[in-house]
Design a protein around this ligand. Structure first.
Ligand code: COA
Length: 263
């Protein structure tokens, strides 16, 4: 790592990086410093071959309780205003989503506003029964500004998304799983192992295949079906030129486990 992180903890065990947002006295609210550190952390993890997958979680009783409201209020009064705030956070979250490694949000508690949007930018969400998801921005006279108006309807449908945005209501992990906002829900003490177990399965597979799958799914989501299918074919062709693909198919035919090298 290039420099220490003030608000992030990092553990790397068995090729799984666990990044913990650590600002518990403010329920891990996202100020510009935290968002900047997330950008740097994910950028650095993307380039580390010894990391195969990333789990993102929060310290204490929150995943992230939103953008830092004090900072949002101050930014609104600056010449650049909240458009610049939104553009900055949104760009960082999109870089997280488009990175080359699976990113799993382990949602341990409040995932509100920018916290819900950060979880939405992860590839999927594993929730604790104690998780509380919500987009309460309209209660503050705001709208979601870090991708929530776009990623939430794509994930759960426009009707459910607009209900959450209009009311600002919180839904727990069980309700989030029922609407597809979370992939699964677990007792708090089982949350991290549930996330790690999925990460372990993913990193058995070819790292280049995972990266190309992320690109095909995330970039393809906004294209027409014809263009998205053409993108898929291009990505399929690209993985077909890798040594990992030759190893994966050879290992199947030889009835042994593959040894992927990320090449
Ligand atoms: N921005 C800045 N500070 C925040 C914050 C946020 N989004 N969310 C929580 N905090 C701070 C509180 O101000 C408080 O700080 P203090 O102890 O210095 O006063 C601390 O975190 C603990 O929060 P508190 O409100 O006392 O906890 P609670 O259990 O009573 O309530 C919440 C929890 C999540 C319901 C409540 O904190 C809340 O509504 N937060 C804002 C959620 C939100 O609107 N997010 C979208 C922002 S755009």
């Amino acid at each position: 790592m290039t420099a220490p992180f003030e608000f992030l903890l990092l553990d790397i065990t068995d090729r799984i990086a666990t990044v913990t947002i650590n600002r518990p006295d403010k329920l891990n609210a996202l100020n510009a410093a935290v968002i900047g550190e997330l950008d740097r952390m994910f950028g650095e993890l993307a380039t580390r071959p010894q990391v195969g997958a990333i789990i993102l979680t929060g310290a204490g009783r929150a995943f992230v309780a939103g953008a830092d409201i004090a900072e949002v209020a101050a930014a609104a009064a600056t010449p650049a205003g909240l458009e610049a705030t939104s553009a900055f956070g949104s760009a960082v979250f999109t870089r997280i989503e488009r990175g080359p490694k699976p990113v799993i949000a382990a949602v341990n508690g409040f995932a509100l506003g920018g916290g819900c949007e950060l979880a939405l930018a992860c590839h999927f969400r594993i929730a604790s029964t104690q998780a509380k998801f919500g987009l309460p921005e309209t209660k503050l006279g705001l709208i979601p500004g870090y991708g929530g108006t776009q990623r939430l309807p794509r994930l759960v449908g426009m009707g459910r998304a607009l209900q959450l945005i209009f009311t600002g209501e919180m839904v727990d992990g069980t309700a989030a799983a029922a609407m597809g906002l979370a992939n699964s829900v677990h007792p708090p003490e089982a949350l991290m192992e549930a996330a790690r177990s999925i990460a372990r399965e993913a990193i058995k597979n070819g790292p280049l295949a995972l990266a190309h799958a992320i690109h095909a799914v995330t970039a393809g989501a906004d294209l027409s079906l014809d263009d998205a299918l053409a993108l898929e074919s291009k990505e399929f062709g690209a993985v077909g030129r890798t040594a990992d693909m030759r190893e994966g198919t050879r290992a199947f035919l030889e009835k042994r486990s593959p040894e992927f090298r990320g090449a």
